[in-house]
Write a protein that binds this ligand. Structure first.
Ligand SMILES: [Zn+2]
Length: 276
């Protein structure tokens, strides 16, 4: 398990930070910002890196944007009984985009304030997506899992349970996508995701639903009695997100992770879940 930080700074405002990165020989990317006077500089570093302590101090000093993620090794993934499955390849917006998340043909909103929802029909996307070599994708704003038909075939071959194979609709034409299907997960686990008391959350003033900020650091502990029997896929009972962003984390069994790794299907990452 490695804690990875993705840090962004401004080449002009944070010039001394940039000089330190240069001196520490950390590889970075720079994109010129509008106006041409400065660049957005981004780089990655893990906490096991010898240079991390210096960078951690600079992040605090310069109040730099820092996105934390936990990267698990293949061995850690293959030996975990349960994992979170997170799609990391986004293509386009759910449709219709302008009114999202309201008036979506696929969603019944359970609360108009925090936009928790139930999917009741196939989701709409703008056009046939370009997946390249990816087998999985999601859209910007949502966490639904779309995949190439070969994935569903693979799941069928191992007789996986707890998922449904749904159409995805091309919004303009109303046709069914030939490139992607939705891997729909109907089962919701019992309450049991154990988030730290300090883990940031919001409580909806209208419906009282607690929404946790994304869990990015380390393993997510889940109580064993939250898991339902005889299913390879489940959604957490708990909601995550903020504002109109709402999702439930996807929990999968070990054999789903093994299948994805064996097949080399790209576009998702697995995060170890600790059953307590
Ligand atoms: Zn609400």
């Amino acid at each position: 398990m490695e804690i990875l930080h993705r840090i962004s700074i401004n080449s002009k405002k944070d010039a001394k930070f940039l000089a330190a990165i240069y001196q520490l020989q950390i590889r970075y990317k720079a994109i010129e910002l509008p106006g041409g006077e400065s660049s957005l500089v981004t780089f990655e570093i893990t906490e096991s890196d010898q240079r991390w302590n210096i960078i951690a101090n600079l992040i605090a000093l310069y109040n730099a944007v820092n996105i934390v993620e936990t990267i698990f090794s293949e061995e850690e993934i293959r030996s975990a009984a349960w994992l979170r499955m997170i799609c990391v390849f986004e293509q386009g917006y759910p449709q219709p985009r302008m009114t999202w998340p309201f008036n979506q043909p696929d969603r019944e909103l359970l609360c108009p304030k925090c936009a928790i929802y139930r999917q009741i029909a196939p989701m709409h996307i703008a056009k046939e997506p370009h997946l390249g070599r990816k087998a999985f994708m999601t859209t910007i704003l949502t966490h639904e899992i779309l995949c190439i038909p070969a994935v569903l075939q693979g799941l069928q071959e191992i007789q996986a349970t707890g998922y449904e194979d749904w159409d995805v609709i091309l919004h303009k034409t109303g046709q069914v996508s030939q490139r992607v299907r939705q891997l729909f997960i109907p089962t919701v686990a019992r309450p049991g995701a154990l988030l730290d008391e300090e883990h940031p959350r919001t409580v909806c003033p209208q419906c009282g639903t607690v929404k946790y900020e994304a869990h990015m650091r380390g393993v997510l502990p889940i109580k064993s009695d939250a898991l339902l029997p005889n299913t390879d896929f489940m959604l957490t009972h708990e909601w995550f997100g903020s504002g109109y962003f709402s999702w439930r984390e996807i929990i999968v069994s070990n054999r789903i992770a093994q299948l994805v790794l064996d097949k080399g299907w790209q576009g998702i990452r697995f995060k170890v879940v600790e059953i307590v």
